[in-house]
Every structure is written in C-alpha cells, then in structure tokens.
Design a protein around this ligand. Sequence first.
Ligand SMILES: Cc1cc2nc3c(=O)[nH]c(=O)nc-3n(C[C@H](O)[C@H](O)[C@H](O)COP(=O)(O)O)c2cc1C
Length: 95
Amino acid sequence: MRKENWESYNTVFIGYPIWWGDAPRIIQTFLESYDFADKSVFTFSTSGSSPGSAAFNALEAAYPGINLLGNLHFTSSSLDEASERCTEWVNAIFA
Ligand SMILES: Cc1cc2nc3c(=O)[nH]c(=O)nc-3n(C[C@H](O)[C@H](O)[C@H](O)COP(=O)(O)O)c2cc1C
C-alpha cells in the first residue's frame, strides 16, 4: 500500500535493522519507489554490534539525488540510551 499524501511531507524518517552490515534491500526499494525531491531524509538503524555508518554511507553513495542528512544508530548494548538520544536528535533536527 502506498503512503498517502506523500507530497505533504517535508521530512522523512526511515528506520531499519542492519543486516549483514547493510540496510535491508527493501529500504532501497522504498527509496526507489517514492519521489524524494525537496525532502529531508533522516535514517535510524539498529544492530547487534555493527556500526550504522557503513550502511548509511552506502545509501548516500547509491542515492546522491536524495537528501540523506544523517543517521542515528543503536547497537543492542546502547538501547538504554535510546529514548534520551532519540529525543535529543529529533529536537536538534527541528530546532
Ligand atoms: C538476516 C540478519 C542479518 C543481520 N546482520 C547483522 C549484522 O551484520 N551486524 C549486526 O550487528 N547485527 C546483525 N543482525 C542483527 C539485527 O541488526 C538486529 O536483530 C536488529 O537490529 C534488531 O531489530 P529486530 O528486533 O527487528 O531484529 C542481523 C539480523 C538478521 C535477522
């Protein structure tokens, strides 16, 4: 099912688990299925222990036309900080 009122969103947050060091393929399908022109896109990711930077860098490299502005990553050992870090991150984005 396609997202309704896609045009009315300026900022899009996309979350995914890290699979084999990367974003799951369905995330790329999503990025290829919608028009991201004029949108600010932030991602957030979770993993057992891998960093999120390689997956985010790969998305940036694959989609230079999409305004990918940052990624917030949590490993399973940093979940205790998730609520606080999410709040700070979102507040900083919309400050
Ligand atoms: C197919 C698969 C591949 C995964 N690959 C990695 C990996 O490369 N590095 C890592 O730290 N965690 C890996 N994980 C763990 C997931 O990142 C972790 O389960 C997920 O972030 C937590 O979300 P969930 O509760 O939806 O599973 C993998 C999990 C699956 C199922």
